[in-house]
Write a protein that binds this ligand. Structure first.
Ligand SMILES: Cc1cc2nc3c(=O)[nH]c(=O)nc-3n(C[C@H](O)[C@H](O)[C@H](O)COP(=O)(O)OP(=O)(O)OC[C@H]3O[C@@H](n4cnc5c(N)ncnc54)[C@H](O)[C@@H]3O)c2cc1C
Length: 436
């Protein structure tokens, strides 16, 4: 059986590892890796699809990922902060309440506990959107100071417009005792499966897909952008507009809307469903500094809406090889909606405005900048709006009855991290008779 894998990101490459010689990966770009690609320039290495770290609750997958890196894996302890009104507050925010001014700390704790008591008594109803869930779960203090402003900034959507399908396991939900302790100034750790993470010593996060590609028995065909797909006999013909490839079965890891658009005869209801999916795009601003080490932080969350970036990470703190000897690096992430005001800014403006913001916030000194670069990523985040559940069911049912398998972040249209993509690819490969 010949299997066509559409897309050579982490999901496609993992499928290619477990499906063996019977599979061929079709990747539109000249290199594979998708969101997990890294730029190595002037001695700096940046994950330009956004800062990536290796962590997982899934032990088998974590072993698989660190096994790909072998000696190239650096184990790092997270030291992450929320930059709240000029103060560094330990992340997750609810584990850092004692870093807040007393009145903010007291308000966060009071509302958290009042809310917790209400929940225990069965009051407060059941939340129907993200905003309601945040109030219900954290209380007004934490909700209004951090949870809502930060999330609304990242998602480019109001909490009211967002559903809850993505929340479990993603938004930390600490035990009440930890919130109490954190308010009183005792050390607690939240989101603890990520407290220690791995990062490639050399090559940035792209070291992972590179190793997957090296090991894959499947053929990897690059520069093949899938444009049209049509059924033929019991199989499929996949075309890039000039060349056809014939497969018995296809697994798509490309965006579900792009897949639908490559087929003809898609019913109106399905077109509307996939047309209704919302995603966020990403601008990354990569900055090299001629100073050795500017801090010990892993990354910073920035809820302030007057600052363009939502997250700033420090790649040279993940691996010293991410910057030349004696230098350091910073990576700012700005989520946006494709073609909005941010997306349309020139690279020069994006870099200089971001550098100015970081200078004003005291994160870097503008005069130390010795390198800057800007990249744009069209598909970065799946946004779960209130129609998500309805639309995803229509779309998945359609592709299932058509016999096209969906696998991966934008194909299944779920907020999947690398570990979940690998898990889904392993499961899919097993289902198709592969070796996983
Ligand atoms: C800002 C950010 C930070 C993240 N940080 C982390 C992290 O710290 N840890 C973590 O575990 N995960 C993280 N992730 C998630 C991680 O990037 C994804 O889970 C993973 O990379 C998704 O892989 P994929 O192969 O499913 O999708 P993609 O990486 O999107 O791959 C899809 C591939 O298909 C190709 N393609 C698209 N259209 C076509 C076409 N028509 N024809 C042929 N090929 C096509 C693309 O070029 C691409 O190579 C982060 C994501 C973002 C956006």
């Amino acid at each position: 059986m010949k299997i066509g894998i559409l897309g050579g990101g982490l999901t496609g490459l993992t499928l290619g590892n477990f499906l063996g010689k019977s599979a061929e990966i079709l990747e539109k770009n000249p290199e594979a890796g998708g969101l997990c690609r890294s730029l190595c320039e002037s001695g700096f290495t940046f994950d330009y699809g956004g800062s990536h770290i290796v962590f997982s609750r899934d032990e088998e997958v974590l072993r698989f990922m660190t096994g790909l890196l072998k000696d190239n894996a650096n184990r790092v302890r997270r030291n992450t902060k929320v930059l709240f009104r000029g103060r560094y507050v330990k992340y997750p925010f609810e584990n850092g309440l004692n870093d807040l001014p007393f009145s903010d700390n007291a308000s966060c704790l009071f509302h958290y506990l009042a809310n917790y008591a209400g929940k225990r008594l069965g009051l407060g109803g059941s939340p129907k959107n993200f905003e309601e869930w945040v109030y219900w779960n954290f209380g007004k203090g934490i909700a209004e100071r951090y949870m809502l402003p930060y999330n609304e900034k990242v998602w480019n959507a109001k909490g009211k417009e967002m559903g809850l399908e993505w929340v479990a396991g993603r938004v930390p939900e600490p035990p009440v005792i930890d919130v109490l302790k954190s308010s009183l100034g005792f050390e607690t750790e939240g989101y603890s499966h990520q407290l220690y993470f791995y990062y490639p010593k050399i090559g940035g996060i792209q070291a992972l897909p590179k190793e997957l590609e090296r090991r894959a028995e499947a053929k990897v065909t690059k520069g093949f952008g899938v444009k049209k797909i049509r059924p033929e006999g019991k199989g499929w013909v996949v075309s890039n507009g000039t060349k056809d490839k014939v497969f018995d079965r296809i697994v798509s890891t490309i965006h579900i809307s792009d897949l639908a658009n490559s087929l003809s005869g898609v019913p109106r209801e399905v077109k509307d469903a996939v047309g209704g999916f919302r995603h966020n795009s990403l601008v990354t601003v990569m900055v090299g500094l001629k100073t050795r080490k500017i801090n010990d932080f892993s990354w910073l969350y920035i809820p302030d809406k007057d600052v363009m970036a939502n997250r700033i990470s420090f790649p040279s703190n993940f691996s010293p090889n991410a910057a030349p000897e004696g230098k350091s690096s910073v990576l700012a992430e700005i989520t946006c909606v494709e073609k909005d005001e941010v997306w349309r800014k020139s690279d020069g403006d994006l870099a200089s405005e971001t550098i100015d913001d970081m200078h004003k916030l005291g994160i870097i000194d503008r005069k130390d900048v010795c390198y800057s670069g800007v990249r744009r990523t069209k598909y970065a985040y799946v946004v779960y709006d209130l129609d998500y559940a309805k639309n995803i069911k229509i779309a998945r049912d359609y592709f299932k009855q058509l016999g096209i398998d969906l696998c991966g972040r934008f194909s299944e249209f779920e907020y999947l991290n690398m570990d979940a993509c690998i898990r889904r690819a392993m499961n899919k490969a097993k289902e198709m008779g592969g070796t996983a």
